[in-house]
Design a protein around this ligand. Structure first.
Ligand SMILES: NC(=O)c1ccc[n+]([C@@H]2O[C@H](COP(=O)([O-])OP(=O)(O)OC[C@H]3O[C@@H](n4cnc5c(N)ncnc54)[C@H](OP(=O)(O)O)[C@@H]3O)[C@@H](O)[C@H]2O)c1
Length: 310
C-alpha cells in the first residue's frame, strides 16, 4: 500500500509549547522524593524530567473502569503520577485517592465528556490551567455498538466517532508540542483487533478502530526522530469486569478468546519499555490477525458477517 506523501502539515505544528511551560508548581515534590523510592529503571519517562522542577503526569482517558482503570493502576505502580479522565467523577476520585495512598504518587481526576465538541482542546486548556504537564498520553476511552448500522441512532454513532477518533486526534495534537520540544514523551493509543478488517454489524466501530490503528502507526514513524514513543495496542475481546472479579486466578485454556485487562496492559507497557510499536496482545488474537491476512480481502467481510450476524 502506498504511504501518503509527507504533506506540509508538519511545519504548522508548533515546536514551542503553547499551553505549557508556565512556572513550576510551587512546593510540588516528586512521588519518589516523598516515598524514598525511585522510578523503575525502564524506558518509561520518570515522574520528573531532570533539570525541570515541574512534575510530569501520565494522562489516562476512560480511567474510571475497565482497561483504563487497569492502565492507571499499572502506571501508578511504576510510580508515574496520573491524571484520570472520564465522566464518572465519583469513581475517578475514589481511584485517585486510592492510588495516592497506596503508591505515594500525585493523582488528579478530571471529569470530562470526551465526546463533546472540542473536547481535546478544552481538556488541554484545563491541564494548562491546573499546571499539569503530560508526558504520557493514554488514549483509551472508547466504545462500540453492535447491530445493523441503520437501526442505531445516528447521534449515538456520531458520538462514537467523536470519542473513538476526534478526541484522540485533538488530545494528541494539543499535548504533543511539549513532548516534541523536550524530545521526550509517549503515547499509547488503544485501538482494537476489530480495526484489522471490516466487521459487518459492527461496521462503524471497526472503521473507527481502523482509523486509530492507521493514524497511530503513521504517527509513530513521524515522531520517532523527535524522541516520542507511540504504542498502538489492538486487543481482541477483553474479559468484562463482572467476569474478572473472583476469576483472576482461574487457569484458562490456550484458546480462551477473552484476555484479562491486566495481561493487555502488561504487554502494552512492555512494548512501551521497548520503544513502542504495534501490540496485538494474546496468542489467539495474534493468530487471527495473521490468518486473515492470508484470506483474500473481499472474502473476509463475508466470513465475518456469518460469525457476527445478530
Ligand atoms: N472490551 C473489549 O473487549 C475491548 C476490545 C478491544 C478494544 N477495546 C477498547 O479498549 C478501550 C477500553 O475499553 P473497555 O472495555 O475498558 O471499556 P469500558 O469498560 O466500557 O470503559 C470505558 C471507559 O471510557 C469512559 N468513557 C466512555 N465514554 C466517555 C466519554 N464520552 N467521555 C469520557 N470518558 C468516557 C468510561 O467512563 P465514564 O462512563 O465514567 O465516562 C470508562 O472509563 C476502548 O477504546 C475499547 O474500544 C475494548
Amino acid at each position: 500500500m502506498a504511504s501518503p506523501a509527507a504533506s506540509g502539515m508538519w511545519s504548522s505544528i508548533p515546536v514551542t509549547p503553547r499551553l505549557f511551560g508556565k512556572p513550576s508548581l510551587p512546593g510540588a515534590t516528586l512521588a519518589s522524593e516523598r516515598t524514598g523510592r525511585q522510578a523503575p529503571a525502564d524506558n518509561m519517562q520518570p515522574a520528573q524530567i531532570p533539570g525541570m522542577t515541574q512534575p510530569t503526569y501520565a494522562l489516562v482517558t476512560g480511567a474510571s473502569r475497565g482497561l483504563g482503570k487497569v492502565f492507571a493502576e499499572a502506571l501508578a505502580a511504576r510510580k508515574r503520577n496520573v491524571v484520570l479522565v472520564a465522566r464518572s467523577k465519583d469513581k475517578l476520585e475514589v481511584l485517585a485517592t486510592e492510588l495516592r495512598t497506596s503508591q505515594g504518587i500525585l493523582a488528579e481526576s478530571l471529569e470530562f465528556d470526551l465526546a463533546s465538541p472540542m473536547a481535546g482542546q478544552r481538556v488541554a486548556q484545563q491541564l494548562s490551567d491546573r499546571k499539569l504537564r503530560i508526558n504520557l498520553l493514554v488514549n483509551n476511552a472508547g466504545f462500540g455498538a453492535r447491530g445493523r448500522f441503520w437501526e442505531f441512532s445516528l447521534e449515538r454513532q456520531l458520538e462514537m466517532m467523536r470519542l473513538n477518533n476526534e478526541a484522540i486526534v485533538e488530545l494528541t495534537f494539543h499535548l504533543l508540542p511539549p513532548m516534541i520540544e523536550h524530545r521526550q514523551g509517549s503515547i499509547i493509543n488503544v485501538s482494537s483487533a476489530a480495526g484489522f478488517q471490516p466487521i459487518p454489524y459492527g461496521s462503524l466501530y471497526a472503521a473507527t478502530k481502523s482509523f486509530v490503528t492507521s493514524f497511530s502507526l503513521g504517527l509513530e514513524q513521524e515522531l520517532r526522530p523527535y524522541g516520542v514513543t507511540v504504542v498502538t495496542v489492538c486487543p481482541g475481546r477483553i474479559r468484562p469486569e463482572s467476569q474478572t472479579e473472583g476469576t483472576r486466578n482461574v487457569k484458562r485454556g490456550l484458546l480462551d478468546i477473552y484476555q484479562s485487562p491486566e495481561d493487555v496492559v502488561r504487554e502494552t507497557l512492555r512494548a512501551l519499555d521497548g520503544g513502542g510499536g504495534l501490540v496485538v496482545p494474546g496468542f489467539v488474537n495474534k493468530c487471527c490477525v495473521f490468518a486473515q491476512r492470508l484470506i483474500p480481502r473481499r472474502i473476509v467481510p463475508k466470513l465475518v458477517a456469518k460469525m457476527s450476524r445478530p
